[in-house]
Design a protein around this ligand. Structure first.
Ligand code: SF4
Length: 327
């Protein structure tokens, strides 16, 4: 059964085929099905913009949060050093198409396994674009670590939970969400942080944060290690979207009205996914009942173009792959 996630539902709204490939056909356990194995491999591809966002995410979630939890030093210099190592390893791995080697598993090679869509699809990728991506990574990390009040708040927190998956039920639907960071500070309601590396952050992510807040409030009672934070009302929770390239922190309130809207949004979305077969076992023929996107720009940044027989309509605008945002 496929749980509702906000990112999955966004994909479904963009293109039902893309959702099907990502949510239903992809599987790490399909040795004898070459078609699904190919889908699974393609699902790892990211555009350069998304790739650099993932790298920043990995440095903060896997290195910074772990060090701070252990009350160890982790500075901007440490972050840049790790980022440069990942940048070079991932670029080399991707350029050489090593992700296509069946023995190279993402779970075994977390530092290397991050293939670029541009390499798989032979799209031009200039030195200038790569330099730009590295510069963005440096800017994002520098902004973060130079925000001393924020970093100090994380350092002094009782616990940081990075990329913790929250599984919960709402009106019988299974819901899943993975916030970038949950901060547990003494005597304060949990703070949920979502960081983004977007060049032009026009969109707001309060809805995504509210989905996480609902999940955290419902799952905290089962989490014995975080018992001290059970007493807080959901409306006491604090939500922040951190646009790292702009050094812009956007705090969002949790109100009863927003929560009701979020519950309604989740239930409607989960119901639509259920109708599209989210809970059914994989069956290739189900794809024919789903719709392909009408927007050719969605296809240009889609990792499944190779196996999707969608006839692409011409587009007037030339989308800049480098500006495609990571969400
Ligand atoms: S190539 Fe286009 S139609 Fe096919 S899955 Fe991707 S976005 Fe959808």
């Amino acid at each position: 059964m496929k749980a509702f996630s906000i990112s999955g539902y966004r994909t479904f709204q963009k293109c039902q085929w893309q959702w099907y490939f990502m949510a239903k056909a992809k599987s790490g356990n399909v040795k004898n099905d070459p078609y699904r194995r190919e889908i699974t491999m393609l699902s790892h591809l990211r555009t350069l913009a998304s790739w650099r966002g993932q790298l920043v995410d990995d440095v903060l979630s896997n290195e910074m949060a772990v060090a701070f939890n252990q009350k160890q030093r982790f500075t901007l210099d440490d972050a840049i050093e790790v980022a440069l190592r990942l940048f070079e390893k991932r670029l080399h791995f991707s350029q050489n198409h090593e992700y296509r080697d069946v023995d190279n598993k993402k779970s075994h090679l977390p530092e290397e396994f991050s293939p670029l869509l541009e390499h798989e699809y032979d799209l031009p990728l200039s030195e200038e674009q790569l330099d730009g991506a590295w510069l963005d990574i440096e800017i994002a990390l520098t902004n973060f670590f130079q925000n001393e009040p924020f970093v100090e708040m994380l350092r002094s927190a009782e616990h940081l939970d990075a990329q913790r998956t929250l599984n919960y039920k709402l009106e019988g639907f299974s819901i899943i969400g993975t916030p970038d960071l949950i901060v547990y500070s003494k005597g304060q309601a949990p703070l949920i942080v979502d960081w983004k590396v977007h060049a032009e952050p026009v969109k707001r992510y309060n809805q995504q944060l509210l989905v996480y807040a609902l999940g955290l409030h419902l799952t905290l009672p089962q989490n014995r290690q975080r018992a001290n934070w059970k007493k807080f009302l959901l409306t006491d929770y604090r939500l922040v979207e951190y646009q790292l390239l702009k050094n812009d922190l956007r705090y969002y309130p949790v109100t009863e009205d927003y929560l009701n809207q979020t519950r309604a949004f989740i239930i409607e979305g989960a119901y639509k996914l259920q109708l599209a077969g989210a809970e059914d076992t994989y069956n290739f023929d189900d794809l024919q009942d789903l719709e392909q996107t009408d927007d050719p720009e969605n296809c240009l940044t889609c990792c499944f173009r190779k196996i999707c027989n969608h006839e692409q309509k011409p587009t007037e605008r030339q989308p800049n792959l480098f500006d495609w945002e990571y969400s």
